[in-house]
Design a protein around this ligand. Sequence first.
Ligand code: GLN
Length: 491
Amino acid sequence: MFDFSLAQARDALRARKISSRELTRAYLDAIEKLNPRLNAYITVTPERALAQADAADAALAGGQGKALTGIPLAIKDLFCTEGVRTTAGSRILDNFVPPYESTVSANLLRDGAVFLGKANLDEFAMGSSNMTSAFGAVENPWKRRADATAVLVPGGSSGGSAAAVAARLALGATATDTGGSIRQPASFCGIAGIKPTYGRCSRWGVVAFASSLDQAGPVARNVEDCAILLGSMAGFDPKDSTSADRAVPDFAAACARGVKGLRIGVPAEYTMDGMSSEILELWRRGLGWLRDAGAEIVDVSLPHTRYGLATYYIVAPAEASSNLARYDGVRFGHRENGEDLRDLYERTRAAGFGAEVKRRIMIGTYVLSAGYYDAYYLRAQKIRALILRDFTNVFGRVDALLTPTTPSAAFAQGENMEDPITMYLNDIFTVPASMAGIPGMSVPAGLDAQGLPLGLQVLGKPFDEETVFSVAATIERAAGFTTLPAIRAGA
Ligand code: GLN
């Protein structure tokens, strides 16, 4: 049961070799067994899942199978799910049961998916390790070869989604990426994940972090499975004014296209002090695979890359401070009673938000305040435009870019926590694409000396996810990455 990829499970379901009930039951049993340790799910919804599985089996029996009929998925707990608690990993939403379904999750349900439950995440998607979740850390199912006792982080913020997929506690999962939260956990957990172009998926019903950056996307075992999921998740939505009114291409077909004749750029700026030589070596190997498959490799420069992280950590907190103003304990969510209204607000927010969220609200409020707006927020917006211009210039000459996804493999719980900047450095290679709104995908490409997975990142032109999929699938085929994590269902 657990060896099926999403595409294989779909075919087996359609051929009626397995039933969705059997498949869903197997996944629920595995969650029951492994989730107490991994903590990849905050909420598991077995009854709902089995009811959806039975409906899927009935549809399949009638020859009514859709793209995802009967496929068990995990939903990041940032997507509102009607009648199912949605926490955003925060104490301030620990009792929030949305009366509506996010567009992305509704699209998946429309296509027949089964929802196993809600995946853990960093609080309000702020983090790179899942250590900031109010519902506890997530354990990465991978282990260091030399030290099986170290508990590694799955990355963040979509760490629960990535750990669930890697440990085979779901066939795929929704995730979101504001500055790297799909790509970095995918890389740390040895799976694939794509942040599509800003506007490709609706943000309606996704708890907002930084609205000009937030994008939904899938994580799954392989590139084709991501393509199938994105095909369902994406699409124009009149309820999100930033959603793009564009046809959704056949992403899965693009995976088979190959890279012959494509020009792949290698940006000189995607290195960092202290970066492991194994990652640089893997990057070189990845370029070799693409060359062997018929692509031309071109050296390029994205000179404003070095300002990416600093500007992201101004823009994202600024938007967060504004978006999170709504959590006041009055209409929904957690409430602490106070002596008067102001006291109620203060007590609610003091008790409801964790330290990282408070830090971002304070940074955001500061950079937006009257005396500092021009010096920080406005300047960051100008640099953001220059980062986009770098990409636009380069995409006049190349079809896609190849870079490392992260400067390191998964680290252990407690590491990189000395100061916030050390943690923020995880995002150095992922934030520029977020700032520019372009698509980016992480594909597992190899293992480091400790036996931990490493990802390569493919960046593409706006709304050209198809080329991203074709490049990522080519790397996947050449890498032949088949190693599985130590902790997994069916092992
Ligand atoms: N790690 C980054 C941050 O903490 C990105 C998070 C995300 O993409 N949601 O902001």
